[in-house]
Write a protein of this length. Structure first.
Length: 200
């Protein structure tokens, strides 16, 4: 009985993979989502250590709350709006927007800037998640949605975990502290060189 259940589960997984492989557009959207989730989880897990490297727990809590505010605002807006008729451009735009938001958050050791970047990221994440789900629900027949959706959901969970587990390799010395210190050292060196240049 258990072997039959496992065999049936394997067939369902294979069917879901073949369904996506036969539709390169859907597969491409899922791959973009996987890559996004991997790098985003590696970055988000460093955000609190970065804040704690120069501020306190209250400031770290404010940064986390800013992300919750982004979701709280973005999700109802997307639910009420439903997105444009062509959702793929909005999905890809939201992915790019999220990258810019994380760059803003990590560009300077300032609580306000990090909180702003975190808020913008989760605002864009709401649009991205809603668009991807609506695209899949529109393109995949209801009779096979369980088998097809199970594959990307499992892959997204695995990729997110891999991104989080990769954090010690990206910042083994305590979050984003080494990145901030190197940036500050570089700025001081550039300033010293510029000060030695004679004025004309």
């Amino acid at each position: 009985m258990a072997e039959d259940a496992l065999r049936g589960l394997g067939q369902e997984i294979v069917y879901g993979w073949h369904y996506l492989i036969d539709r390169p557009g859907l597969l491409g959207l899922n791959i973009v989502s996987y890559v996004h989730d991997f790098f985003v989880n590696a970055a988000l897990v460093l955000m609190v250590p970065m804040v704690l490297s120069f501020a306190g727990a209250n400031e770290a809590g404010a940064v986390l709350a800013s992300g919750g505010a982004g979701l709280l605002i973005g999700s109802p807006l997307m639910s009420a709006w439903g997105g444009p008729e062509r959702r793929v451009p909005l999905f890809l735009g939201a992915v790019a927007f999220n990258g810019v938001a994380l760059v803003v958050a990590g560009s300077s050791p300032q609580v306000a800037r990090i909180a702003t970047g975190n808020f913008l990221f989760f605002l864009g994440f709401s649009a991205m998640a809603v668009c991807l789900r609506l695209i899949l629900q529109r393109k995949v027949p209801p009779s096979v949605q369980g088998r097809v959706f199970g594959v990307p959901t499992r892959c997204a969970t695995s990729v997110s975990g891999a991104g989080t587990d990769g954090r010690p390799r990206l910042a083994p010395s305590g979050g984003a502290i080494p990145v901030i210190e190197k940036s500050q050292q570089t700025n001081r060196r550039i300033s010293a060189v510029l000060q030695r240049v004679p004025a004309r």
